[in-house]
Design a protein around this ligand. Structure first.
Ligand code: SAM
Length: 242
């Protein structure tokens, strides 16, 4: 997977992405990070990339020319271009899985009041938000997305199974987990997890996941139950032969 990032603050992206799991994925060649500084593409002799908005209003807007030339400098055509914006569809695990199936992605990070609409119309394929609040720039949202997508790429996590069992993967939150010691502050690890009976452990984990989702995310639980109901309707239990 190649992540191209267009930003005014490349050091933010490089510092974060070259750390920990994504850093190791870059070292192993599973991920390629191509960060381009939009300022390097401005034709303004003072290096300016922003200006006042027509019609008045507070703040500055990133201009079309440097953004377009930075985007156009990326080799290859038809690469999905994501503009991080509070006006986009809210990012979730399903969207991450969809993006993870691409070979390359372009992330366009806005700053100040955003970016001139005309260049967005010519370059952007996906408008994505990370939540209903306003940040100062698109760098943190781009990193949130790249981190989430990276974990879904084969070989990035030590154990590829771990992404499969995590929250949201099956429409539920993950079950509670425990590590050594067996007893801490008087609290014992649930006995079933020490039993070695994998079938029983799986049943217990599913039960816990359902309970936790119902308590903490009733919206997700409702959707999960609806899916379950539809599945059971389409796959009724087979009658036993007499
Ligand atoms: N004036 C814009 C508006 O009201 O929609 C907000 C601009 S914001 C101050 C500056 C930049 O931060 C945006 O261009 C965008 O790239 C990024 N940004 C801010 N909040 C975001 C969010 N919730 N999700 C994704 N990107 C965000």
């Amino acid at each position: 997977m190649v992540f191209h990032v267009l930003t005014l603050f490349p050091e933010m992206i490089e510092g974060c992405m070259q750390t920990s799991i994504t850093g190791r994925a870059i070292e192993k060649g599973l991920l390629t990070l191509d960060v381009r500084n939009i300022r390097d593409y401005t034709l303004d002799k003072h290096g300016k990339v922003d200006d006042y908005t027509y019609g008045g209003g507070a703040g500055m807007l990133m201009q079309a020319q440097p953004v377009y030339d930075a985007w156009n400098s990326i080799p290859g055509k038809g690469i999905r271009t994501i503009y991080l914006t509070p006006q986009g569809r809210t990012f979730d695990q399903k969207m991450a899985a969809d993006f993870a199936s691409e070979e390359e992605l372009i992330f366009l990070c806005g700053h100040y009041e955003g970016i001139d609409e005309r260049v967005l119309e010519e370059t952007v394929t996906d408008y994505v938000s990370i939540g209903d609040y306003v940040l100062t720039g698109g760098e943190l949202p781009a990193m949130v997305m790249m981190d989430t997508i990276s974990r879904l790429l084969p070989g990035v996590l030590h154990n590829d199974d771990s992404a499969d069992t995590e929250s949201f993967q099956n429409g539920l939150l993950e079950y509670p987990q425990y590590s050594r010691p067996e007893e801490w502050h008087g609290k014992k690890v649930p006995a079933i997890l020490l039993s070695g009976d994998h079938k029983k452990v799986d049943e217990w984990r599913l039960e816990q996941s359902e309970k936790r989702t119902q308590e903490r995310r009733p919206d997700l639980y409702e959707a999960y139950m609806e899916q379950k109901r539809l599945y059971e309707e389409q796959h009724p239990p087979k009658r036993r032969k007499k």
